[in-house]
Design a protein around this ligand. Sequence first.
Ligand code: HEM
Length: 713
Amino acid sequence: MFTVFTSSLALLLLLPIIVIIYVAHTFLRLLIRQRLSPLRTLPGPPSPSIFLGNLREMHDQENNGLVQRWSDLYGSTFVYRGFLNGCRLMTTDPVAASYVLGRAYDFPKPDFVRDGLSSMIGGHEGILVVEGEDHRRQRKVLTPAFTAAHIRTLSPVFWQKAAELRSIWLNLISSSDSGTPVTTPPDPLTPTKTTGSSPPSVYHATGGHSSSFLPNPFSSFVSSKIPPTVSAQDGARIRKTGGARQKDVEKDVSVLTSSSVKAPGPRVDVLAWFARATLDVIGEAGFGYTFDSLSGGKESELAHAFGVIFSTARKFRVITILQVWFPVLRKFQSQPTELREAHATMHRIGLELIEQKRAEVLAEKAAAAGSVFVVGVGLMRMVLYGTVVRSNMSEDPAQRMSTNETLCQISTFIAAGHETTASALTWSLYALASAPAVQNKLRASLQGVRAPSFHSSESHHTPLCAVDDLSEILTHPYLDAVVREALRLHAPVTSTMRVAAHDDVIPLSSSSSSSSESVAGPGSIRVNKGDIISIPISTLNQSTEEWGEDGRVFRPERWLDDDVGEVDGNDEGKGSAGGSGSGRRGLREKRGARVQGLWGNMLTFLNGNPVNGNRACIGWRFAVNEIKIFLYVLVRDIEFSIDPALVVEKKVKCVVSPLPTIPYPIFHPLRFTDNVRTVSSVVTRPWIKSEPHLGNQMPLYIRHVSSDSDSEE
Ligand code: HEM
């Protein structure tokens, strides 16, 4: 008894000493690292805080052009400061970026980034999170589900959901024309608990305060607490009664009042609608699961669980920063009960899906001894799901994924596959609404494309169309140019981060303006194991050095300028980096040539190298085809315009090319409507500076323009 007491006492006395030694050791390690870091001699911005370095100011970087300014001041490769002023490398040098991204296993994702992603996905075993050999195996297993041929078979699902959204919007237009109050179905992605009359959180809308240093890929759902459709009058009323915070904002953004301008049609939050549509698409196309979130008809348990997960934003807490250096603290991270329940629901439904598919695969095997797939749209569209479950059943260790891995892939693909495309579609419409001449030109040329023919299907409300009928849309040159340009200028994932797995020397382009001589000789940067490297995708995508003076201007024609190559709507995959630099050859030589991207010399989908680790977006064909079909279906019949009340009156300095050949007004897309702001935590979403209480949104006016498509369906 006495011995137990004394040993417990000894432990109690020892514990604080152990903690002090652990903390002191970590701090010492950090200080020594900094002292020895080869990065410390690189130029970079001054650090405003000893504890947080530049991290806090970086949280509004999308809106304040911080990285661009730093790059102008300190060259394309510089350091900024993290925790306790630790050096972090930032590079907009295309050669350095290609080197780091092309060696994914030498430059993995930092642990704290992986932790953030896995807490959203509900596990550490999905392809977005795993590293090394596990990643190589998973990527090999999953790649066949993303071939051009397989993705093409999904086109009817994209069409079906796009047509459903088009009908909803046309109904809204006719209801608004006839003066009928517009009603919207409840948003199944917004957890019921957080809806209701309480004012929505403005957490994400406050830009600089939405400071989660861990990625939160799903936070767009946090603030979609109001119905996605608000009338112009409502908008004006909300603006007038938005409370103290709102008034403060209005002081520095002078907006026109809506009442002084006749609205061309109803105002819809396209972001909220696209979030629903793309969730439905990935459910149906990936897993044969019906979320029904567009129609809002059936309450989907899984959609609700995702809503809870998405809405559990990881706010900035000191502990988040500390966890990077004191990994032991991660063990003490508690999850809210609601989040735990949501993960449990995801887990249970995932298991049910696996069991169901297993039974189908076994039945299939029995029926068609060895045949890969029973032909038919129903099963073909579940090729991803089939691939995942088949791998779970495989005897071959190189092909096998455990049940936990399988579950993680399901949530990974649902998450990665819809937030990104919802953001891309939203920004595409915003770009088109901001450039009416481009929108008209696109519409006119799409109206010339033969619409697909349809056949009815017992299992779907909307008739299905034949896959081949959609080929013309997927290879349409101007649509292709618009999508490329929108994805270049408004990359949904604006930056990425890597950590050096060992000491290395990163090459720089010959024209690099960084004074790296003191580090590893001219044209290269030395990094130590553990050094963090940030790659600002958007800054590279918009670089005037890479794209010319009008690099920040939405000008789809740039993709047609040197029209010497074929339009590669579907069959990329050639070249280095798993399809690098596909696109128009002449253009590639002229602009953006040094950036090795997976698609069209931009880093929107990143790049990778199958030998040294390919972490480029596996779903890029899925995304591009989905975006093209949605734009075709929507833009042909609906005109999109920006609420003039959102257009800023503030004069902004635009750096634009005085090219006389551009037939539409040039604008600076990030500053043109200073009132339209972005917030990014992995995926970038818009919010309106004068309407912070409405959270993430992209309000656009919609108007029906006649075409022959009504009669075709
Ligand atoms: C416009 C839409 C999309 C964009 C801009 C996009 C962008 C990206 C980017 C930048 C990455 C790399 C992240 C990093 O390593 O830091 C990535 C990875 C990934 N994406 Fe996408 N994505 C899109 C759509 C999709 C779709 C539709 C799917 C699935 C159906 C998907 C599935 C994935 C997966 C699984 C990964 C991880 C790949 C790996 O680590 O091997 N993405 N995506």
